[in-house]
Design a protein around this ligand. Structure first.
Ligand SMILES: [Zn+2]
Length: 255
């Protein structure tokens, strides 16, 4: 890990994370991403650039809008920080070409996870963006196409079988089309073994969170639960941990 690369890209990543916050807020509300400039969701006052410094501004203003003192969600600095770490990690442990695709993919997946968590939808435009990045990585041989192909089949096939079994047994559609699309994208990225591990981990996380929610707020078998956040957290864990395994396991996972 090259620390002299980690911190500059962490910083750049938090700045881009600030733009991700705009996407996360506006895309599900069908607002334009480019216009107007950043504004406070409460008083609609535009935020000047010197008060829009990632994480820093939030801390200095103690999490309040400088105009109307409305509370600013802790989610803003958190998205900036997570994106900063994604970018810092991508550029400090990978060659530049891989780093570019990993940072871009990581950012889009972060936005997908956050939007699904808040609105239970995955915007098609973000799935298409993520797919294009993975296809670009395959075209430039950053991902081996044969592995990607098997991964894609597993990434659509396994969730489709699960959805089918849930439908036969309960008459309900247990997963959205957006989740299946995401399975396809993550399968292309992670390969067959990586995507199977990701699906297993995501299912375990979902069951644990499901159990905790029922325990805290009572039983509701129709409670909708987003799946994308768990899928994406799991894919990050599987992908990053594969770097710190022996070459043999790493080869098994990603090639
Ligand atoms: Zn305000």
């Amino acid at each position: 890990m090259d620390w002299y690369l980690f911190f500059p890209f962490l910083l750049l990543g938090t700045i881009f994370g600030s733009f991700l916050n705009v996407i996360i807020y506006r895309l599900p509300r069908s607002e334009s991403i480019a216009i107007p400039r950043s504004y406070c969701p409460n008083c609609r006052q535009p935020i000047p650039i010197y008060r829009n410094i990632p994480i820093f501004s939030f801390l200095v203003q103690r999490g309040k809008c400088a105009d109307c003192s409305a509370k600013i969600s802790w989610q803003y600095p958190l998205v900036e920080l997570i994106n900063g770490i994604i970018w810092g990690w991508s550029f400090s442990v990978n060659d530049p070409a891989s780093a570019i695709y990993l940072a871009a993919l990581g950012s889009i997946l972060l936005a997908i996870a956050w939007i699904d968590y808040q609105h239970l939808i995955i915007p098609l435009s973000l799935n298409i963006g993520a797919l294009l990045i993975v296809v670009f990585a395959i075209a430039f041989k950053l991902i081996y196409w044969r592995v990607a192909l098997w991964g894609m089949l597993a990434g659509i096939g396994i969730p489709a079988v699960i959805v089918g079994m849930i439908y036969i047994s309960s008459g309900k559609i247990g997963m959205g089309l957006g989740d299946i699309q995401l399975g396809l994208i993550l399968g292309l990225w992670l390969g067959p073994i990586g995507i199977v591990m990701t699906l297993l981990l995501a299912s375990m996380l979902t069951i644990i969170i499901w159990g905790i929610l029922h325990f805290k707020t009572g039983w509701d078998k129709n409670r909708p639960l987003p799946f994308a956040p768990y899928l994406i957290i799991s894919s990050f864990i599987v992908y990053i941990s594969s770097y710190y395994q022996s070459d043999f396991i790493r080869g098994l996972l990603l090639n």
